[in-house]
Design a protein around this ligand. Structure first.
Ligand SMILES: [Fe+2]
Ligand SMILES: [Fe+2]
Length: 167
């Protein structure tokens, strides 16, 4: 069994919620109530699940990847993806906060732009972690080192989810 299976499994658990981003973008065509509910669900996922996951990767996983690669700074491009998700989530929250009646055409367009943007960035980001980083870690980490890394990630993600951290 691969030592990175826990992270692969976590990604598998997050993927249906990422598909929901695209469904929410499509819901932006419908009535305003459907759009508000879709945005509330998506924002709950982003603030309380996806962003804490990304923060745990920044704090714990990526330093281990850099050591495994022997390349300090190599994960900066992936951290930048995380920053973009935080920024687009902030903008999506603004769209939701302004939505107290039927959405205007501009609000629909803004919501769709942000939802499709988040969907594409997160899908590609997950593929890069799965197809590049997990292979590096599987080749370099012992089972004990991987277990310690996931315990530290899990503790960090729980702290982030409890505080609803979005930065
Ligand atoms: Fe990530
Ligand atoms: Fe991830």
């Amino acid at each position: 069994m691969s030592v990175t299976k826990p992270l692969h499994d976590e990604h598998q658990g997050l993927l249906p919620h990422i598909e929901a981003l695209r469904a929410a973008a499509e819901a932006a065509e419908g009535d305003g109530g459907g759009l508000r509910r879709a945005l509330d669900d998506v924002l709950e996922f982003l603030h309380h699940h996806l962003i804490p996951h990304a923060q745990a990767e920044d704090a714990v996983l990526y330093p281990v990847v850099e050591r495994a690669m022997g390349a300090p700074g190599a994960t900066a491009t992936m951290r930048r993806d995380h920053d973009e998700v935080v920024e687009l989530t902030r903008q999506l929250q603004q769209v939701r906060d302004a939505l107290d009646g039927p959405p205007t055409p501009e609000q629909r367009r803004s919501g769709q732009r942000l939802l499709y943007g988040l969907y594409a960035i997160i899908r590609l980001h997950f593929a890069k972690e799965e197809e590049v980083y997990l292979l590096i870690l599987d080749a370099e980490l012992t089972a004990d080192a991987a277990a310690a890394m996931f315990a530290a990630m899990h503790a960090g993600a729980q702290r982030g989810a409890q505080t609803g951290a979005a930065g």
